[in-house]
Write a protein that binds this ligand. Sequence first.
Ligand code: SF4
Length: 448
Amino acid sequence: MQATSSWGSLWMPLSLASTAAVLREHDHPVQLIDCQAEVMNTRQLLDAVEAFNSSFVIINTGFPSIIGDMRTAASIKEHFQSIKIVAIGMFPTLLKKKMLEQYQSIDYAIVGEPEWAVNNLVDTIENNMLLSSVQGLVFRDLSDIIENPPQCFDDNSIEDLPFPARDLLDNNAYRHVSDNEKFTHINIARGCPHSCSYCAARYYYGHKFRKRPVGSIIEELNECIVKYGIRKFVFWSESFTLEREFGIHICNKIIEHNLKIVWYTRSRVDNLDLELLRKMKRAGCKGISIGIESPNNDILNACKKHITVEQINNAIRVANQVGVHVTGHFVFGLPGDSYRSALEAIRFARESKLDFAQFYCAVPYPQTNLWKTAIKNDWIESFDYSRYHLADSVMRNEFLSCSEIIELRKRAFSHFYNRPRTLISAVSLAVKNKSVIPHLDFLKWSKV
Ligand code: SF4
């Protein structure tokens, strides 16, 4: 959800790989193309689409990449009018009908997680059935755009999902920022029961925390080790520690199976404690990302984060104590954030024992409560959705203008990454492995 950040590395396309696996399981032949990983231009992509004799092209698209993605979709449509183009991802999930209104080359948009809806769509079209039966689908009907009822996330059983189709990817292309080693994402759970005002996650994966069976996660880890030689992972869910026992169960199984892996994950600060973190470290956890947003209880309360500054400090302290790297994520421009509170957040970050930090501009993603607040207060300064990413500001608040929010974000990067503690971490990463240097985008921020 952002174009520039503290570091940059290519992630495997988890949603597409998982959707490909489901399609294949239902006897739909599929090829999976990651143009960035394969360094493929539009001409080469068109050739690949033609060679495969594709009936559908499924594109995962988000806010920062929407312009390029839609340019690619338009090229495909221009060359192969009969191919149906399906958009999945956050952009169609949040914009629904508006996406089809704005982008003529898109035939179908999927709202929410894609695997079941895409497969139902393909089955429905191939069997000449009515599109009205596909939940979560937005489609064109003559001159109209129809939005079907939403998917019921409870019906989408993630226990039954096949493993993502990594065999269709070049797994060597995905290198971790810490050491340039191969890594991959493992989806361990979906959904979040919390309601932070700015967060759009629940529209994609739902409100309920849906866990994969731990045995299946271990099997997928084993497959990655044995088949692809991958021993470094990002455990992907809204929060690894949302259900403490689930997290502990995963760790116990990794230890029991002696998997010897390294992994990173993210967590809310209210669920982190010394015992859990020690267990995570024993199981190979090297780093956690925590959502701080603002070290100010009034701002945290206003955005319904339901955490406190004391819990933030505690999470950083226990991570330091255990020796797990900790990355803090901050947001500028949330309701109630003023110049003064933003400067206090920068000071907090600089004086904290965080190893790394990411700083964002508050983005009023459509449908979220922050969006509703922003509309009500007339705070939104741009409806150009390609700018709705965390490195840009399209929403002022009661105290800060958009340009001030962007400036504060830059200042935060500069102040944080100019600290001796962070520079030493960066230098030691670079000394260990020179190939990580191009990924360390924060080196340029530290010169701002
Ligand atoms: S920010 Fe995190 S905790 Fe809050 S609703 Fe989103 S996923 Fe849940």
